[in-house]
Design a protein around this ligand. Sequence first.
Ligand code: CAO
Length: 573
Amino acid sequence: MAKQQVTVPDIGGAEDAEVIELLVAVGDEVEVEQSLLVLESDKASMEIPSTGAGTVVELLVKEGDQLSEGAAILVLEVSEEQVATPAEPPVEPAAQDVAPAGEAAAPAAAAPPPEPVSPAPVADAITVVVPDIGTDEAVDLIEITVQVGDVVEEGDSLVALESDKASMEVPAPQAGEILKWLVSEGQQVKHGDALLEMRPTAVVATAGQSSASVEAPVAASAPAEPATPQPATPQPATPQPATPQPAAPESAATAQGGDEDPAAGSRSPASGASIYAGPAVRKLAREFGVDLAQVSGSGPRGRILKEDLHEFSRKALSGAHTTAAASASGIPAMPEVDFGRFGEVEVTARSKLDKLTAANMQRSWLNVPHVTQFDEADITELEAFRASLKAEAESRGSKLTPMPFILKACAVALRDNPKFNASLAAGGEQLVFKKYINVGMAVDTPAGLVVPVIRDVDKKTLWELAEEVIELAARARDRKLQPADMQGGCFTVSSLGSIGGNGFTPIVNTPEVGILGVSRAQIKPVWDGEAFQPRKLLPLALSYDHRVINGGDGGRFFDQLVGLLSDVRRLSL
Ligand code: CAO
């Protein structure tokens, strides 16, 4: 095994390009030409491919670093076999080797000379053709970014092209007016194809050429190494050619574009996701603090446009009050996810009740330091007593479920543990002890969760409570509850016993300070000191506001409650 350092190849003279995404980590196996990281200069973002195959043993850069040509990226451990046939040195791109004489003065010069410009009759128009884009195959013309009649500056983007490896802009070779398009969006084009005619605003005084085919000569005469991103901005002397922003050779997805228009796209696989956006959009996204992975692109092939970013930010700012509340309390806002990107979805409006419940839950969850304790009540005797009352219940036209017993037991425990029957007031300065015992009962309805309140539970008989449970549950499901029916609670019982589950952590129904969660009773073997006995155990969870109730308070309340349910005779004491 040998070590090989991979460095930044010629990136078109760009200095201090920022590492915006690292695509590999230590331990990863990489192939030749596999993208290692994404660099972004002020003009382009480009993926830097590996010049070797092997295991990444050391990463020498991190996101945010600024790199120029020759900077070390990482160290690969490569097999002897691979060393025997090493990849071309990464920092000696072919383009440099063939840089034409006379270009030394041009700092960005890194490319071979342009292909000869077609001789053309003297005229004031020029034809801009597709430059060398690193492949002889046709690529898609995905966007035309200027219209006939537009006056462009040199370097303004004219079209966006996309191969299956890279997307790139073709910039205007010089300033001028667009006269005629010779292609249309969606068409396939290849090196040398005529794109448009334009009339330069300043005629370049060279070689009798005022009407010519002008192209950008990226790597035209010296094919780039497979693992070397193509150089950018060659500056041939005459005529000023379209300085096409670099085409990627085979595997190197390299794109460059103007700052003003996000027409240059680049695919940057990060964490398996493909973000398709140009440098200007990426820059803007960083300024906004927006994760581009969350933004849906409306441009061709889903490319993210500046407009998409603005729309995303607008939505985020005017988002749901829950998000705003979260932001106001310093909690990072939840990103909005476009689930449609992963498959078919259906979007429906939430009911008012659902939204209200959501807001209440979140308010309670964020404001109340919750503690939840768990226990089981042995309700074997309670169930036997309940069964013995079944006929009587029927004759009364009623039904006796465990709920009235639970309510009654809560009332006794609330009476004996008054802090559970209190609420915080005056910003936490005072406690309000209530001399009444009203217990809310969570009811699951098709429209959402509602909590009607049963008043004076301590003063009502089991039969009265049974009737009220039935009546309130029916009114809740028929949406016949009045606001007053849901006010004035001191404590809440949430029973999922008829639905199922071993336990859950209920959220305190503020401004109350306690809530009991009831799960499904089950017969379980219980050791009585001599043998296991089949007993019916009711799983209970008690959540409380730890600003008001401490563990001792909670334990005492819960212990009494469990005792009362385990021996219902004590309910009458
Ligand atoms: N264990 C086992 N069985 C139970 C039980 C328990 N803990 N609680 C009730 N049951 C049984 C009842 O005995 C009844 O059986 P029978 O018909 O054989 O007697 C059956 O389950 C149905 O009871 P019920 O649900 O009609 O009546 P209830 O008095 O137990 O509950 C009500 C009434 C309104 C609380 C309940 O219908 C309900 O809506 N529960 C959901 C509450 C909820 O959504 N909480 C979550 C809030 S937080 O998201």
